[in-house]
Design a protein around this ligand. Structure first.
Ligand SMILES: C[S@@+](CC[C@H](N)C(=O)[O-])C[C@H]1O[C@@H](n2cnc3c(N)ncnc32)[C@H](O)[C@@H]1O
Ligand SMILES: [Zn+2]
Length: 605
């Protein structure tokens, strides 16, 4: 059978959103159905980005109309709030794209924006360019495989510009080209497929894309250096990492070598994974006088995905050490403490940058007397921008029918919208109780005690049982000491962390009376925040072209192995992984187990 000039013989048609792709049973090109959540979330961010760009562009146009009349509406030189800085730099990037493609000139334009005092000095031609609509955003899908994602962007996101799909695998590029033709005229006019190494492509297209999407097998680390250079000022880098075992502490030295940060095995490890990835992207961006502004950071299914904007500013990168922290994690109890990498010193109105004061903790944990592991550095500044989160969530709700993974992504975004964005990492009530060997207060009771003590507390999208709070560990343990006074526990051996903690009297008297803000708004309205997986084996898939063997049983399920003889170990590759790539695949598989609960069973959040 032939359709749109494409011979369909031997292919299955897979439809996701408004795109259709042709998949051959030979597994030569990568496709993972479970990544529909990832693709839907990215489409939602793209739609919010297009709206935001228009608003920012209108804002800069208004400014320029005024500055054209030589009303010098001074933009503060140090432009300290990110919103203000972003607005200005973004507008300049747009203008710059219209006037020059010369890298040196671009840099000067940005430096001027940093100095921020000479918008009115720019030639008239530039001012005129700022008026109409911004150019439709140009997107690079750097690791495209079948092109499904690129095709969905092109077909589903109104106002999107050209979408370039790159892959270094010939079969994938062939398949992508076939899929472009199969998806008709919009796809043909917008999506272009190239064969090549994404790193080379990005390096040779510096600051050219408003959106760069990285969706690799395993770690994205080798692509980051070129990716941060390929994003235009004010543009977005979207980046997935599926090597969760590495990022979550299963293989700390591998994490350090890939991301430059030590992971810790706390309950918060999935959030730490997001923060390690953000810190790593920032570090690459800083090399080129650039910095990131995270807008949304998501841990879903078996991976993390971050959405960050990238700006150029030689002065702003001095702030990076203030946004990074080391983490001290007690090996005995659940206490953790953050230590900032840098600090500022203000003298006579001038701000100087200095290394952070340390150590933030003594040699032994003040709660239980045990030692600390030190992890990081991690991104300790907010990893979401609430305005963006709400904008994405509003769009998703308004276009419900156009998101195949609506239930999942709206639940995740709802949870994120309720997180305390200025509190890195989180506690687990269950681990606190495990340390003390006590019965657990309900989440509402515990949250109430924290609120009544004068602190804030929220859930986290990363773990239905996690709690983010600005209360210090001293306060948390005091609340638990008070809880145990009314729910006594058996005496424990003296060397146990729990005994050391309970040997002290509480400093504060906890009040467990139900506090109004002890439940999240979504909980009150019974809006879902956590959903179970829709089907079994909802996880990473085998690399394209890889022979499927019995070692993939846990990954793909028995259906995928039907017809294979799995009894002959030597023939089926059951042995330990032999290559780095296979090890990566093992890392993906051995992702630390997470609670896959629905909202109902997430009684602790
Ligand atoms: C996980 S798949 C991408 C899936 C796709 N983004 C989607 O949503 O369906 C990763 C792809 O990256 C490609 N790839 C790996 N290294 C590459 C490189 N250096 N340059 C370009 N493509 C690469 C692989 O061939 C593979 O097709
Ligand atoms: Zn301790």
């Amino acid at each position: 059978m032939v359709s749109d000039g494409v011979d369909l013989h031997g292919y299955t048609i897979i439809k996701e959103g408004e795109a259709e792709i042709l998949m051959h049973s030979s597994n030569t090109v990568f496709y993972n159905k479970a990544q529909v959540n990832n693709r839907d979330m990215s489409i939602a961010v793209l739609r919010a980005f297009i709206k935001k760009r228009k608003e920012e562009h209108a804002g800069i146009s208004n400014r320029k109309v005024k500055s054209n009349c030589y009303i010098n509406e001074a933009i503060p030189p140090s432009c300290s709030t990110s919103e203000e800085a972003n607005l200005v730099v973004f507008g300049e990037a747009n203008i710059k794209a219209n006037v020059t493609t010369n890298g040196i000139h671009e840099e000067q334009a940005n430096e001027n924006v940093d100095a921020s005092d000479d918008i009115s000095n720019k030639p008239d031609t530039i001012l005129v360019k700022a008026h109409g609509e911004p150019n439709p955003p140009k997107v690079l899908e750097a690791l495209a495989a079948s092109g499904l994602r690129a095709l969905r962007y092109a077909r589903e996101v109104d106002g999107i510009g050209p979408v370039v799909a790159v892959d270094n695998d010939e079969a994938s590029v062939k398949s992508c080209k076939r899929n472009i033709r199969f998806n008709g005229s919009i796809a043909c006019s917008k999506v272009e497929a190239y064969h090549g190494d994404a790193r080379v492509y990005m390096l040779t297209h510096q600051k050219e894309f408003d959106v760069v999407d990285l969706d690799p097998y395993g770690a994205p680390s080798v692509f980051l250096d070129s990716a941060v250079q390929s994003v235009a000022d004010g543009g977005i880098l979207m980046c997935t990492a599926t090597d969760m075992a590495v990022l979550c502490g299963g293989n700390g030295e591998a994490c350090y070598s890939k991301y430059g940060s030590y992971p810790l095995k706390g309950k918060y490890c999935h959030e730490m994974a997001l923060r390690i990835l953000l810190a790593c992207i920032e570090s690459h961006a800083n090399r080129y006088k650039r910095h990131i502004v995270p807008i949304l950071s998501v841990q879903m299914d078996f991976y993390v995905r971050v959405f960050v904007r990238i700006f150029t500013s030689a002065s702003a990168i001095k702030n990076t050490p203030l946004k990074l922290s080391y983490v001290y994690q007690c090996v005995g109890c659940d206490s953790f403490h953050l230590q900032s990498v840098g600090r500022t010193v203000t003298k006579n109105k001038s701000v100087k940058f200095a290394p952070g004061f340390g150590p933030a903790v003594s040699q032994e944990c003040s709660d239980c007397g045990k030692k600390f592991n030190m992890g990081g550095p991690i991104w300790a500044a907010p990893m979401h921008d609430q305005e963006w989160v709400l904008s994405v969530l509003t769009n998703v709700k308004a276009m419900k029918d156009r998101y195949p993974a609506y239930e999942k992504i709206s639940a995740v975004l709802t949870s994120i919208s309720e997180e305390l964005h200025d509190v890195p990492l989180f506690l687990s009530l269950h681990s606190l109780c495990a340390t003390l060997k006590c019965t657990s207060p309900s989440a509402v009771v515990f949250r109430s005690a924290v609120v009544n003590a004068g602190y804030r507390i929220s859930g986290t999208h990363v773990n239905p049982l996690g709690l983010k709070t600005d209360a210090t560990m001293d306060v948390i343990w005091d609340i638990m000491r008070c809880w145990i006074k009314i729910h006594p526990v058996k005496a424990q051996p003296r060397d146990q962390s729990g005994s050391a903690i309970l040997s002290k009297e509480p400093f504060i008297q906890a009040n467990f009376a139900r506090a109004v803000s002890s439940l999240s708004k979504a909980q009150v309205k019974k809006v879902a925040r956590f959903l179970p997986n829709p089907e079994s084996h909802w996880g990473p898939k085998v690399r394209a072209g890889r022979k499927i063997t019995s070692k993939h049983l846990s990954l793909l399920g028995p259906e995928a192995l039907n017809g294979l003889d799995i009894s002959k170990k030597g023939n089926t590759g059951i042995d330990a992984p032999t290559s780095y790539e296979e090890q990566e695949e093992e890392d993906d598989k051995s992702e630390p187990k997470r609670q896959k609960t629905g909202d109902e069973s997430a009684s602790c959040s």
